[in-house]
Design a protein around this ligand. Structure first.
Ligand code: AHG
Ligand code: MN
Ligand code: MN
Length: 349
């Protein structure tokens, strides 16, 4: 007879355990995380359906009920907006898909929390059945008693109280941190529950995987080109990395083109993801608040590091909700080395 898995902890019970660490907690934060896990289950269900529909080519713009099929990123955005903030615990939501911050009704709660999210990351991959995801970050409003304005959303990653991502891959996984380690849960579709599968994730200090869209190489700065040359051919003799596979031998490349998926693989296996500035996109492509900062919070809680090439992503105070930022994120030693290479390259100009 098949034995049940030893660990059957649901994400809800894990989040409740977290609440017990804070005896004065009101339960609003617990409720918010539960709202997010619920929203991600709804999105997961739709992602699975959309993949099948596209593969079988049974529908164009209409689903089987004759309703218009929304683009999945719009759908995911609507799910998040409907599921979060209904209990009045969220005073501001910021979405990659919505130009301005949203102010939900807080009459039923304290409005303590600010949530910024990328409802569907890597959405260009959805039609070809490649993993996509969701990214979110949770901040607290600065002044508990004051009303909030649009500027209250502009907080650095260092102030995050929790962050996470969902990956709709070969299985659906929910990974989050609220400052007490990084924990991963896998959705068991037969019971509709996220079960603890990856407790206290630690990312390797050094890695042998780099992830970057190398088609942009002609548009990179000389420093970034040199970083990639050494990642590929091995670091030069001044490298402090004596025992890593990259010493004297190049790393290997993996690039899916869905940030969440590339990040997740590198978090578990070790690796460094790069989205450098280009001639046209001098701030890179990725968004600070809904992509870079939440993943930086996760990676730092797992022992890694994230930088814009000059400083920790977590130390950047945004000036706009949709601000973009260059991103180097993953194994700590590799990202620190990239920062050093960029600084040396720039100072020699
Ligand atoms: P989104 O789908 O939320 O707009 O994000 C897409 C991002 C990210 O997921 C991915 O890593 C990156 O775009 C890929 O960009 P390139 O096609 O320029 O490599
Ligand atoms: Mn994205
Ligand atoms: Mn998106």
């Amino acid at each position: 007879m098949t034995q049940p898995p030893k660990n059957l902890q649901t994400i809800e019970s894990h989040i409740l355990d977290l609440q017990e660490l804070h005896p004065s907690a009101s339960g609003e934060f617990t409720g918010l995380l539960n709202d997010i896990t619920f929203a991600s289950k709804v999105i997961s269900r739709e992602v699975r359906k959309a993949g099948l529909v596209d593969i079988l080519g049974e529908t164009g713009d209409e689903n089987v009920q004759g309703e218009v099929v929304q683009k999945l990123d719009d759908y995911a955005n609507n799910v998040f907006m409907r599921c979060l903030g209904t209990k009045g615990q969220v005073s501001i939501m910021g979405s990659e898909e919505v130009a301005e911050p949203i102010f939900p009704d807080t009459s039923q709660g304290s409005g303590t929390y600010i949530v910024v999210f990328d409802p569907l990351d890597g959405s260009s991959n959805i039609d070809v059945n490649v993993s996509v995801g969701t990214i979110f970050g949770i901040w607290k409003k600065k002044n508990r008693l004051a009303n909030v304005g649009p500027e209250d959303v502009l907080q650095p990653g260092r102030e995050l109280v929790a962050a996470g991502y969902v990956i709709y891959g070969s299985s659906t996984m929910f990974v989050y941190s609220a400052g007490h380690g990084v924990h991963g849960f896998t959705l068991d579709p037969s019971i509709g529950e996220f079960l603890l599968s990856h407790e206290n994730i630690k990312t390797p200090f050094r890695s042998c995987i780099y992830s970057v869209n190398e088609a942009y190489e002609p548009k990179w700065s000389p420093e970034v080109r040199e970083v990639l040359r050494q990642l590929k051919y091995g670091r030069d003799t001044t490298s402090t990395r004596k025992d890593a596979p990259g010493k004297g031998a190049g790393m290997t490349a993996r690039y899916i083109g869905s940030l969440v998926s590339d990040f997740h693989r590198n978090l578990l296996k070790g690796g460094v993801y790069l989205y450098p500035p280009t001639l046209e996109k001098t701030e890179g492509k990725l968004r600070l608040m809904c992509e870079a900062a939440p993943l930086a919070y996760i990676v730092e809680n797992a022992g890694g590091y994230a930088s814009d090439g000059h400083q920790s992503i977590l130390d950047i105070t945004p000036t706009t909700l949709h601000q973009r930022v260059p991103l180097y994120i993953g194994s700590r030693d590799d990202v620190l080395w990239i920062e050093k290479m960029i600084a040396e390259g720039e100072s020699s100009i």
